[in-house]
Design a protein around this ligand. Structure first.
Ligand code: NAI
Length: 506
């Protein structure tokens, strides 16, 4: 049964900053009368003017009619006091991120709105349960977490506090959908879905940088051009702002009682201390001053063209390579074996979470060069390679030549366990699995949140299904053994999926 609030229900948006303004626009576009309130004098009116400007720009681009814009603007109304919010059937709070201030506000709102009005908070980092504990009827309070900018970002996390009633959540979910959004359901736990599951995207990049695996430009290029991510971690952190990104990491780390999985990075702390906040301050990992050149990525020199390649056994997630090599004119001989390629006497293998040096020593195959995971081998324009210590330069050149023959750029990184894409994806999948395991959200909603909220090319759990849970687990276990840190412990749900022979989806 559809339980979306009718457009005839008045919506109150409290706080008309970046988020309140965007949410007010979304609700008004969906046909609701929107009352906008802010304690800063003139702020609500200014927000409506900003919405008018944004809508006029859309009219000029032909994306809206002038009549639609005028109708939306007619539905927006700045009000002067909390008492004016009395007609609201839905309240969305988007004020300063402070528990006491939010609790006080909701107590004031509860005193003026109808007993069946739904109360929501757009908080990113506070407990919805804790905010609701301050009101007389906590069952009608939930999180309605939009992403910035709210009119453009499709994802809305509908967050249940301990006391939130099921029909309130259903109604918010259906209302968000009626507003053209992609809602997901989650329990009020630190970081909800996106701000929790995305942590390893930044954290593993920062670890790889700290350990000297490669420079930021190369790590970003590998994540984009092999991993299929729209942005690499360093350019994305520069865009978000290091102050904001570091604060979220610290808050999630503290909220999980110091779980090492969320440990913040000294490198990022130093950038914040230096005032290198990213694009907004002109400098972060990159120099954003006008005219500044983007640093070059590390590119391998042209290697010899492979004439004959031997494929031993099943290459798993790299199974597309033999076909691509044949298409590129190489002679490919396939024979049984343990999933490696051989060219000019060099063994090439997809990283399994062990360093090349460890793997060469354990498996006795030298010279050994590892390659990183790619989302889609035919579309990837770059491949990262890592060689075992002591590998001759000619061996590395032969390995580079093989991928260059496929039209890929090649970046040689230091011998980092799990390399870049596999290590990051394994950790994202692990965090997603643990969130599902702890009942924070369903696997389907977690993957939807990560594709809609942070534009990942594939949900982390769908990615784990595609690579195979066994490989993801092997990578995590190898990282845990190498580093001896609890940070890389595998989720019990991942192990269970493997034992049960099942997938996260279907
Ligand atoms: P902001 O600082 O741009 O706007 C907050 C507004 O609330 C200001 O205009 C301020 O005058 C007003 N305000 C403060 N106390 C008030 C009160 N007691 N009553 C009425 N108005 C009051 O903040 P922003 O970025 O819009 O964030 C608002 C909320 O949304 C926070 O809870 C934040 O965690 C959350 N959020 C922020 C996102 C972001 O990317 N900025 C994304 C998703 C959620």
């Amino acid at each position: 049964m559809m339980t979306a609030l009718s457009p005839s229900v008045t919506v109150a948006v409290v706080g008309s900053g970046a988020m309140g303004q965007g949410i007010a626009q979304v609700a008004a576009q969906a046909g609701h009368t929107v009352l906008l309130f802010d304690t800063r004098p003139g702020a609500a009116g200014a927000a409506i003017e900003a919405i008018a400007k944004a809508l006029t720009a859309l009219v000029e681009k032909g994306k809206r009619s002038a009549a639609e814009r005028d109708a939306t603007l007619d539905r927006l109304c700045a009000v002067d006091g909390l008492a004016d919010l009395a007609p609201a059937g839905l309240v969305v709070e988007a004020i300063v991120e402070d528990l006491d201030v939010k609790r006080r506000l909701f107590a004031g709102i509860e005193a003026v709105v109808a007993p069946d009005a739904i109360l929501t908070t757009n908080t990113s980092s506070l407990s919805v349960t804790a905010i609701a504990a301050g009101v007389a009827r906590p069952e009608r309070l939930a999180g309605l977490h939009f992403f910035n900018p709210a009119p453009l970002m499709a994802l809305v996390e509908v967050v249940s506090g301990l006391a939130t009633a099921a029909d309130v959540l259903d109604s918010l979910f259906d209302t968000a959908r009626a507003w053209g959004k992609s809602p997901v359901r989650c329990r009020s736990t630190p970081g909800f879905i996106v701000n929790r599951v995305a942590r390893p995207f930044y954290a593993e990049g920062l670890r790889l940088l700290q350990e000297g695996a490669a420079d930021p430009a190369t790590l970003d290029a590998v994540m984009r051009e092999a991993g299929g991510f729209r942005m690499g971690p360093f350019e994305l952190m520069d865009l978000i702002g290091h102050d904001v990104n570091f604060a979220v990491t610290r808050s999630v780390h503290a909220a999980y009682f110091g779980d090492p999985r969320f440990q913040p990075s000294l490198i990022q702390q130093e950038l914040v201390e230096a005032g290198r906040l990213g694009r907004k301050s002109g400098r972060g990992f990159y120099d954003h001053s006008p005219g500044a050149a983007r640093p070059a990525t590390s590119e391998a020199a042209a290697g010899p063209r492979p004439s004959r390649v031997v494929v031993e056994g099943d290459l798993g997630p790299a199974a597309a390579l033999p076909g691509l090599l044949r298409d590129a004119g190489a002679t490919v001989e396939e024979r049984p074996g343990d999933g490696v390629l051989m060219v000019d006497g060099v063994t090439l293998a997809l990283t399994d979470g062990r360093s090349a040096t460890q793997r060469a020593a354990e498996d006795g195959r030298t010279p050994l060069v590892l390659f990183d995971l790619a989302l889609d081998w035919s579309k990837a324009t770059r491949v990262a390679l890592a060689a075992a210590d002591g590998t001759p330069a000619e061996a590395l050149a032969s390995a580079a030549g093989l991928f260059q023959a496929l039209g890929k750029n090649v970046s040689v990184i230091d011998d980092a366990p799990g390399m870049v894409v596999l290590r990051t994806v394994a950790m994202l999948a692990n965090e997603a699995a643990d969130a599902a395991f702890q009942g924070v959200a369903s696997p389907a909603d977690i993957d939807l949140a990560m594709t809609k909220g942070v534009n990942y090319p594939l949900g982390p759990l769908a990615w784990a299904d595609r690579i195979g849970g066994t490989r993801v687990l092997a990578a995590l276990d190898a990282l845990a053994r190498t580093y001896g840190e609890d940070r890389y412990r595998a989720s019990a749900l991942l192990r269970r999926k493997i034992w049960g022979g099942t997938h996260f989806h279907g």
